[in-house]
Design a protein around this ligand. Structure first.
Ligand SMILES: *Cc1c(COP(=O)(O)O)cnc(C)c1O
Length: 404
């Protein structure tokens, strides 16, 4: 984006720049990939920035959250409590009561005891809440992406236990089981694995309804949509998805055509990933034993602290043309782990230059080690095209006194 140098000069580095026009484009693209009538939940964990969440809501997204912090961000973004799905394996009583007092009425539950906790909090407030049973399916079909199910897990109720558990699940005071939630895969690289995963989910849901009476007023089939992380490139297109999903729905849950079942998908990275870039300043350049190290003012404290679940660096910075140097991109932290890329292709860089890491609107600040070594959090600049909408920085280092 042509205004990056100007924004870096004005607001300093490290800075994230999020473009709301790209958020809107991503949202509209994903809605277009889904059959008519699908609800789309934005997983705020990818980027809880209220401006991003607000942009997604304005185009019809709902919010998927797992904490009171995310609840506060969702409300700040304008979401109505009724548009929020509360998920997660470790919902505390305090969180549940707060969410219910705020008006949240839909929860995804991961076990009978989780459902009982939700029910107890609902009863305290004199309400009944809707619950989706998150199902840990017995196996899956996809060959790529991150499989989250089929193994022992803190997520979901093991499908094979549903026959014996169903009566108890349906009888928890304060709750009404209205459907199911599957989230079996993240970051699927190809359309076929996404479709075969959805086939497995729809087949499982239909079978559980038939055989054990799983209610299916509402079915969240999960996500898995992929978007590049910290490297250049477009969001994945899934040209066969919409038609493919319609065929599967007709096969397994034909009443979907008449609105007999509310369907939903969810995504974090696809909706916000491509909207953001990280601008980092070059603090120093050094040679060590024949290798070049470009030291930036942003490392894993600003980007990529969350490794191990598909958000693996190396990052790439833009190289134009054929001219490049090979070197390591490292951050400022006092740990050899603070590396953004090794043996990367880099442009000619010197102190004071600004590099841009693309496609980091998801799992950027929120998934990084921002308090490690006490550097200020990166500035977050929200733009809409050429206009600056907001500029902020998280405050995380202040210690608040806690009274007993
Ligand atoms: C993390 C998460 C998401 C978002 O995952 P992406 O890969 O960013 O789309 C959606 N749903 C649930 C339940 C999650 O835990």
């Amino acid at each position: 984006m042509s205004q990056y140098p100007e924004l870096a000069a004005k607001f300093g580095t490290p800075a994230y720049v999020y473009d709301l026009d790209v958020v809107a484009e991503s949202r509209d693209q994903l809605f277009g990939l889904l059959p008519e009538g699908f609800q789309l939940y934005y997983a705020l964990k990818a980027n809880p920035h209220p401006e991003i969440a607000r942009e997604l809501r304005s185009g019809g997204c709902r919010a998927e959250i797992s904490s009171t912090g995310e609840l506060a961000n969702a409300l700040a973004a304008g979401f109505e409590p009724g548009e929020i799905l509360y998920t997660g394996p470790g919902k505390t009583n305090g969180e549940l009561e707060h969410a219910i007092a705020t008006g949240v009425r839909t929860f995804s539950v991961e076990s009978l005891s989780d459902l009982q906790h939700v029910g107890a909090a609902a009863e305290k407030h004199g309400v009944t809440v809707s619950c989706l049973l998150r199902v840990n399916t017995t196996q899956g079909s996809a060959s790529s992406g991150i499989r989250m199910m089929g193994r022992p897990s803190q997520f979901g109720i093991d499908a094979e236990t549903l026959p014996s558990l169903m009566p108890a699940l349906k009888a928890v005071p304060g709750t009404r089981v209205v459907g199911a939630h599957f989230f079996t895969m993240s970051n699927a690289q190809d359309e076929d694995s996404l479709l075969s995963e959805y086939e497995f989910v729809l087949q499982s849901a239909a079978q559980l309804r038939r055989e054990v009476g799983l209610p299916l007023e509402f079915l969240d089939i999960g996500g898995g949509f992929s978007s590049p992380y910290a490297v250049p490139g477009p969001r994945t297109d899934y040209p066969k998805l919409r038609a493919g999903l319609e065929v599967l729905l007709d096969l397994y849950l034909p009443e979907w055509r008449d609105g007999g079942i509310e369907l939903a998908c969810e995504s974090g990275r696809y909706l916000s990933g491509s909207s953001g870039s990280l601008l980092a300043g070059v603090v120093n350049v050094k040679e060590s034993r024949g290798q070049r190290f470009v030291i930036l003012d942003a490392g894993i404290n600003a980007l990529g602290g969350l490794s191990g679940i598909g958000r693996l660096l190396p990052a790439a910075v833009g190289v134009e043309g054929e001219e490049f140097q090979v070197g390591s991109l490292v951050g400022p932290l006092c740990t050899p782990g603070d590396s953004l890329a090794k043996a990367a292709k880099l442009p000619e860089l010197s102190v004071g230059d600004v590099v841009t890491v693309p496609n980091v609107g998801a799992y950027g600040v929120t998934a990084s080690l921002i308090s490690f070594l006490g550097r200020p959090a990166p500035t977050e600049v929200v733009v809409r095209g050429a206009d600056v909408v907001s500029v902020s920085r998280l405050d995380y280092q202040r210690a608040y006194e806690v009274s007993p």
